[in-house]
Design a binder for this molecule. Sequence first.
Ligand code: UD1
Ligand code: CA
Length: 502
Amino acid sequence: METTETPSPAAVIVLAAGAGTRMKSRTPKVLHEIGGRSLLVHALTAAEGTGPSELVVVLRHERERVAEHLAEHASEVIVADQDEIPGTGRAVQCGLEKVTAAAGTVLVTYGDVPLLEAETLRELVASHEESGAAVTVLSARVPDPTGYGRILRSEDGTEVHGIVEHKDADEAQRAIDEINSGIYAFDIAVLRDALGRITTDNAQGEMYLTDVLSIARSDGRSVRAVVTEDVMMVEGVNDRVQLAQLGAEMNRRTLERHMRAGVTIVDPATTWIDADVSIGQDAKILPGVQLHGATDIGEEAVIGPDTTLRDTEVGAGAEVVRSHALLAVVGAGATVGPFSYLRAGTDLGAKGKIGGFVETKNAVIGEGGKIPHLSYVGDATVGEGTNVGAGTIVANYDGVQKHRTTIGKHVRVGADNVLVAPVTIGDGAATGAGTTVRKDVPAGALGVSAVAQRNVEGWTMRRRAGTASEDAARAALASEDRSAAGETAQHGAESTEENGQR
Ligand code: UD1
Ligand code: CA
């Protein structure tokens, strides 16, 4: 995302030390997710997009859990610890201790502002450096500024005298509708110096970062505000209501980005797509679809309706209908569903088919391979062009261990087979309906295990006497006798043949 036109800051400091008590959660606020990423990873993605030399995150509340999350998702960031002195000013001061740069621009952002984009930050750096200001704050005009710090401007409006916190503001100041977003560009030397001079002498007994602006101003430096029109972009998450609101807004923005890039989304209201999902041109997303994680949809694929895919790759022109997949691959031109469940390690080859009511796991299905109906296929390889008959189950688990089943190319597995793993069916082989495959079937062989059918006449009358089944059987036999008698009178031979089938 780094661009050459806009300058990169020397450092970005992301504040994430606050407790976030209004979330009422055991999970630290910045680890709550929208769009498939934590709030913190969203904030860091924007920060990284400015191409800073140093990226610092300030932690305190639930420090270990957040640091662990960082190690997993953003290992290049530097962690700074805030001490017991409260306030955004102290947080930045602790962050600055990890920054080696002596000159240049440092950006300050929050870990709980997920919609902020790198482009906005780059514009802030550019405007800050162009104007030669010591501080440039990103501000916004909002209908209800309650709770926010208010921007105090000079008479002509060009310079900022300072920021007054809501709790410290008088009646006239509270009427100001231009608020501090909490996102700033600072001259690093000015910031270091001013932070050394701020106190906790205010309504909240905290070190306010906002005091840096009035200090810089009274030192005769230039302090400016850049107003953003996009208020939601700078909004923070404080409770779960805002989490849902910003989550919905992020989704709306994600869907819009895909639609503008040539993806059809039939019903944006019921479609949820995570930030990291990629979708090819002319793919069609039907109502009720959720695409999560690193899911990748190929060009002209059709997904939905009512389908959830996580970390799943769908090839060009494939179709996935009313199904659920996790860590699966669906090849180009393949079809899945309706009502199937593709678990981790499912890899369906090009033009293959996983039809209705099929569950697969660790199953590699070759090109054109088909599992059309009502099956479970786990820990198995199915060769190209092979068809697995309806109702077939791969018994991969013996109660202790899982075993693998290998089915060759162009095999015809009959309906209702049980393949007891480990077992191998050779290329071009076939199995009869109802076969329990316990031994390997060689290439080209027919495997059959079902015994020949034997009908025990009158069994129900003897063993289920007095049941509705007996009544039904007796009635059927009586009517057969009557019609046999009638038909014998008319056409003799034919009716004998019919009776022979029963
Ligand atoms: C702050 C600003 C206010 C601005 C508002 C925008 C100050 C004094 N006030 O308000 O002008 O309108 O943000 O949302 O800066 N944090 C720390 N350590 C701390 C305190 C906070 O890291 O000791 C972090 C929090 O985790 C959070 C961010 O700083 O990410 C803002 O903290 P919060 O308490 O929400 O902001 P306010 O101080 O109310
Ligand atoms: Ca806040």
